[in-house]
Design a protein around this ligand. Structure first.
Ligand code: SF4
Length: 900
């Protein structure tokens, strides 16, 4: 095993430090880095499973170009890069610079982000470069800029531990940012209060002192109400407001007019007046309040106003720039903040400068000595793909993201790619829903192979270091961009020896900018983002760079918390209150689409599953696409739990399994964002989502699309396991799950096979010489078959007219057995484990692979009444802790059951 390499988790914005090792065979093991201040050695289950995701199955290893028949063939790098450069050059020459565009990703490293922005804005002369971060936190960015004058996150993780009150707004932190949530749990143990504001009762709410299940889209009224309440009750830091802010009266006037009466606010928000007042009083009573907000705030047509209404409350009460206090935007993506630092969105310039400011444009162009500088903001994500569809963008380069899955109105995005003259995809995965439409595929380096920096939600820059060799012909994204830039005639400006030279150029630009703005006497371009202390790093210094929070002083020391001096980035140094009139979401439910679709993440998957979908342990918790809905709505919609349903909006449809128990209120449904055409037959929720956007930030409204749910009638349900992948063509429904030594398929079809045995043998490719176990009850419509080769289970299939099929966990265990026993064969035919206690049940604790049945049995037999007791008995919940809310619920259910 090699020496441990200190690197950073590539998933969420918590930015946990990871110690990674690879052995000679390429097997990777990881552990949390105890010295990294983001996590102090902790990892959630996604981070802990990183070693299971680095194999080369499905990797794009060589450049490819698409033939007229849709097939791809391998080409050399030179041919691929020439094709990209020629296409981009031709589009610019014939149609102008805005005929080309880039759609990049919060997965990119800061160095990748920097060079692609430099190429687009400084050398091609277009700002048509946007990123999937637009879908994640662009409303928070816009709110920061309005309030603080710059995209600045004031607080840090340490503030979570020091807070007396943590308010989580639109954030299922226990699932989506589990390591940050552990700090909140520790603060709670030390006496802090936790309020969760979320339409759903999520796993996070299990730990809350108070949950406000607000009506979706009413956050602005809630926080306007809080602002008016604080003012009315004298909870105002007069000295701070007078000395350091501007605009209070206008904001208060709107808040008082619209939300001065808590009873009316409670009605508007759909919460109990007593609960609303309890929250307002908690906020008023505690000096140290952190309000952590995420996609539930941002992904809205009023996302920017929501964030500003929240920030207003912190400004009025002076709960900002102090230990344990501040508004805190936590990002979904690993490097959303790093991308923002280098201008990774269509309305930004590098080093936190703005495209619409002539001074800023001059500074950046002078620093780059570039022939152009984009003169005005480019197209934001949704508008960018509209322009592709309408033929205004002729050449599009997509890097490390999957917009056919993740953008709203995603079928339209697919049409756009089909209509585009040149689509280039740089990715680590060969086949994605997006890359099937590419004309050129470029193999990029992935986590463990690439080398650069990322910035976490608390402004902490950390290194991602390589510990694996580059596979096939894959190259770093920054290098691919530079190769194309050279072919376009910009060799000198893109001649970097390595990522350290790019990083240092970025750091120098942050220092150059402040120097230039100071030199001309102006303050418009002065920014808090300052990496002066890193601007002279040499290659060894960059390699050894320890995690540090910007601004980074000249001596190399970082800054934990911003605004402690009360100075903000607006030219007058004052923060701004922003008047935020309430505004209803773009589309209300109606008779045709009576339910509100909310979308989001689940605990153990990440984005479009291209990486987490490889990990068997991450597949165990929630294995299939689902629509979580209230039982009353299910009844009204004619669907039942466990059955399949079609979810339909004005923009598209999808199919998923109906589920209850996700804490959803009547009138709403929740669908996870992860599934796509590589993992399920028809489960891209992006196809349903309304393309309406926030008018300030351009962020789409992922949390509020009217839909209807209807039955998806099938004649039979089933599942199959195989040691190799099985064909899915012709099945009405399928979902693919990767196991330790098998692929599992959940399947359903409109027509039952005429002869199940013939169909199953053909599907599982059962050779005549193999052992074939088969059971059929034709009257009941039940069929089971297993293919055994040399006493090992090779494949099996179970069919039934009903969806309640035997346990998959027991069958999965059989694939680990070197030899099937007679009892196992009997169990396969009987459709149940021969061992009464042999079925662990669905996975609850993915870290230690502990199932629900095992936990429930232990709770019952050992009279366990706390999660800590379950951890002591089974280890479940003893690592990342993100299953503790579920364990707590199982304990409560067991006790309620025994009491009954
Ligand atoms: S919380 Fe989990 S997913 Fe997020 S950075 Fe840490 S280990 Fe990675």
């Amino acid at each position: 095993m090699s020496k441990a390499v200190a690197t950073t988790c590539p998933y969420c914005g918590v930015g946990c430090g990871v110690l990674a090792r690879a052995d000679a065979a390429g097997t990777v093991s990881v552990e949390g880095d105890p010295s990294h201040a983001s996590n102090f050695g902790r990892l959630c289950v996604k981070g802990a499973a990183l070693g299971e995701t680095t194999d080369l199955h499905g990797r794009l290893l060589h450049p490819q170009v698409r033939e007229a028949d849709g097939s791809f063939h391998r080409v050399g790098w030179d041919a691929a890069l020439d094709r990209v450069a020629d296409g981009f050059r031709r589009a610019v020459e014939q149609h102008g610079p805005d005929a080309v565009a880039f759609y990049v990703s919060g997965q990119l490293l800061t160095e990748d982000y920097y060079v692609v922005n430099k190429l687009a804005k400084g050398y091609l002369g277009t700002a048509n470069i946007d990123t999937n971060s637009r879908l994640c936190m662009s409303s928070a960015v816009a709110a920061h800029k309005r309030a603080f004058g710059e995209d600045l996150v004031p607080a840090c993780y340490e503030d979570l531990a020091q807070a007396e009150l943590v308010v989580l707004v639109g954030s299922n932190t226990a699932w989506c940012h589990p390591v940050a949530f552990q700090r909140i749990a520790q603060a709670k143990e030390a006496g802090a209060k936790l309020v969760v504001i979320d339409p759903r009762f999520t796993a996070t709410c299990e730990s809350a002192d108070l949950h406000l299940p607000i009506k979706p889209g009413t956050d602005v009224w809630l926080f306007n109400g809080l602002l008016a309440f604080l003012f009315r009750h004298g909870v105002m830091d007069v000295g701070f407001v007078d000395a350091h802010t501007d605009g209070m009266n206008a904001a208060l006037a709107v808040a008082s007019a619209e939300a001065g009466d808590p009873e009316a606010v409670a009605r508007m928000c759909g919460v109990q007046p007593a609960d609303l007042l309890a929250f307002y009083r908690l906020f008023a009573r505690h000096e140290r309040v952190v309000s952590l907000f995420s996609q539930g705030v941002n992904q809205s047509t009023s996302g920017t106003d929501k964030a500003n209404s929240l920030i207003n409350c912190h400004l009025l009460s002076g709960r900002i720039g102090k230990p344990g206090a501040g508004p805190f935007s936590i990002t979904g993506q690993p490097n959303a903040m790093g991308g923002r630092e280098v201008g990774g969105m269509a309305n930004m310039l590098a080093a936190h400068m703005d495209l619409h400011e002539p001074t800023h444009r001059q500074i950046v162009q002078a620093f780059w000595a570039s022939p152009h500088i984009a003169a005005e903001p480019g197209l934001k994500a949704v508008a960018l793909f509209d322009a592709v569809l309408e033929g205004r963008v002729k050449a599009l380069w997509i890097m490390g993201t999957n917009p056919v899955v993740s953008l709203p109105d995603a079928d339209r995005v697919r049409q756009a790619l089909q209509a585009c003259e040149l689509v280039v995809c740089s990715d680590i995965v060969e086949r994605t829903d997006t890359s099937v439409h590419a004309h050129v595929r470029l193999p990029a380096l992935g986590w463990g192979e690439k080398n650069g920096t990322v910035t976490s939600s608390e402004r902490r820059i950390s290194r991602q270091r390589p510990f694996l060799p580059a596979p096939g012909e894959a190259r770093a994204d920054w290098r691919i961009v530079c190769e194309v830039a050279k072919r376009l005639g910009f060799a000198e400006a893109f001649d970097y020896a390595g990522p350290h030279e790019i990083f240092v150029e970025h750091a120098r630009l942050t220092a150059f900018r402040n120097h230039e703005s100071g030199a001309d006497g102006g303050t418009a371009a002065r920014r808090h983002l300052h990496l002066g202390g890193l601007a002279a790093l040499d290659a060894p210094g960059y390699d050894a760079l320890a995690p540090v929070q910007w601004p980074v002083r000249e001596d190399g020391s970082g800054t934990a918390r911003l605004f402690e001096d009360g100075r903000y980035a607006h030219a007058d140094g004052r923060a701004r209150f922003v008047a935020t009139p309430g505004r209803a979401p773009a589309h209300a439910p109606d008779r045709e689409y009576p339910l509100l679709l909310n979308t989001g993440r689940i605990r153990d998957q990440w984005h479009t599953m291209t990486r987490t979908g490889k990990s068997p342990r991450l597949a165990g918790h929630l294995s299939e696409p689902f629509v979580d809905m209230h039982p009353h709505d299910a009844l009204r919609s004619g669907v039942r739990e466990g059955e399949l349903a079609r979810v339909v909006s004005r923009w598209g449809t999808m199919v998923a399994r109906v589920r209850h128990g996700g804490g959803i209120q009547a009138g709403q449904v929740f669908v996870p964002i992860h599934w796509n055409d590589q993992f399920a037959s028809d489960a891209r929720v992006g196809a349903l989502v309304s393309p309406e956007i926030d008018p300030v930030s351009g962020q789409p409204e992922f949390k509020h699309t009217p839909v209807q749910v209807e039955p998806f009638p099938v004649r039979w349900h089933g599942f199959a396991f195989g040691r190799r992948q099985l064909p899915t063509a012709g099945l009405s429904y399928w979902a693919l799950i990767r196991g330790e030594q098998f692929w599992r398929y959940e399947i359903a079809h409109r027509e039952r096979p005429g002869d199940c045995g013939t169909w199953a043998r053909a599907w599982l490719d059962a050779a005549a010489a193999a052992e074939w176990l088969e059971y059929e009850d034709a009257d009941a419509g039940i069929y089971r078959a297993a293919l055994v080769r040399e006493d090992r289970l090779e494949a099996c299939v179970f069919l039934s007219p009903r969806p309640d099929l035997p346990s998959r966990q027991w069958l999965a265990q059989l694939f680990g057995k070197p030899r099937l026993e007679d009892a196992d064969r009997a169990g396969l035919l009987a459709g149940e484990s021969p061992d009464a206690g042999g079925d662990p049940g669905p996975v609850v604790c993915a870290c230690f692979g502990v199932g629900r049945n095992t936990i429930c049995t232990s709770i019952r037999e050992k009279s366990l009444d706390t999660p800590a007791g379950v951890t002591a008995a089974l280890r479940a919940g003893g690592n990342c802790g993100s299953c503790i809310p579920e364990i707590r619920r199982l304990i409560a259910e067991a006790h309620a059951w025994s009491a009954a």
